[in-house]
Design a protein around this ligand. Structure first.
Ligand SMILES: Cn1cc(CCO)c2c3c(c(-c4ccccc4Cl)cc21)C(=O)NC3=O
Length: 285
């Protein structure tokens, strides 16, 4: 194959925004359309390897999932000079994990209202993914990206200046573990958010494993702390034991408990979450 890099030709690399065993993510500006993108470059996986299967799954999932306000948008993917490249929508507000870390520094966490807003937005994204007979399987704060937009609020009376409100839109990203509900090729996601039935290789209700992971994700941003990776606390949670969040309402606490119920059938589906009275006020925005 030719050695000209499409990446170098078509994009101006602004800075690195992520690093991991998966590869590196850069904030880039497309030289032609002037728009900013998040581009992940990773070593081309060995033909026939699990990594290759994941890379193909990721791109196919993005292609199938097309455009949804709560799923990170995909633009293109290509192979070059022994690298895999995927060009996605750039979310300018970091990840939920970054926001939690920032708040934790000042001993703060998301308010109940903010947590409800995240829950509704991500439940909408999950409802869409599940409606396409797909499951994400790696829902966690680090895979939920934030788009911050400044909205001009219509001034009531003609003030001498326009008021701005910052609106946050949350989007599900990193589709590297996505698989179809029918013949699932399950690549387990982060074990801190992993439902026990998936660990036991029961793949009969995978959409409910996404709901489980979303429950622990909201618990974490609400101040519940990072879920354990293993040990007795990990098993406590899988028995449905979740310490009550002191600053949150009883309804919200019991909603989170239902999302992590040991029995996947008891957990609400993404669609049922959006019907929940507690959330209905902000879910039909
Ligand atoms: C580490 N990291 C930081 C960001 C920016 C947040 O302000 C980011 C993004 C993505 C991704 C990403 C995840 C998985 C696969 C491909 C990409 Cl581009 C990773 C990202 C992505 O798809 N869109 C992003 O904004």
């Amino acid at each position: 194959e030719n050695n000209i890099s499409r990446y170098a030709q078509e994009f101006h690399e602004v800075c690195k925004i992520g690093d991991g065993e998966f590869g590196s993510v850069y904030k880039c500006v497309n030289r032609l359309d002037g728009c900013t993108y998040a581009i992940k470059r990773s070593k081309k996986p060995l033909t026939g390897s699990i990594e290759e299967a994941n890379a193909i799954r990721e791109v196919c999932a993005h292609a199938v999932l097309g455009k949804h306000p709560h799923v990170v948008r995909y633009y293109s993917a290509w192979a070059e000079n022994d690298h895999m490249v995927i060009q996605n929508e750039f979310c300018n507000g970091g990840s939920l994990a970054d926001m939690v870390a920032e708040l934790k520094k000042n001993g703060e966490h998301f308010s109940e209202k903010e947590s409800q807003d995240v829950l509704v937005q991500i439940a909408k994204g999950l409802k869409y993914i599940h409606s396409q007979n797909l499951v994400h399987l790696d829902i966690k704060p680090g895979n939920i990206f934030v788009c911050k937009e400044l909205r001009t609020s219509t001034p009531i009376q003609q003030e001498e200046f326009t008021r701005f409100t910052e609106e946050r839109i949350y989007k599900i990203g990193d589709l590297g573990h996505v698989t179809c509900v029918e013949d699932p090729q399950v690549e387990e996601g982060d074990c801190r958010y992993l439902a026990d039935e998936v660990l036991q290789e029961d793949f009969s209700q995978l959409p409910k494993a996404d709901v489980f992971a979303l429950g622990l994700t909201i618990y974490e941003i609400a101040g519940g702390g990072t879920p354990p990776k293993n040990g007795p606390e990990w098993h406590e949670i899988r028995k449905g034991e979740l310490p009550t969040l002191p600053f949150y309402s009883n309804e919200f606490n019991s909603l989170l408990k239902s999302m992590i119920d040991p029995n996947p059938s008891i957990r609400p589906s993404a669609a049922e979450l959006l019907q929940h009275t507690l959330l209905s006020s902000c879910s039909n925005k």
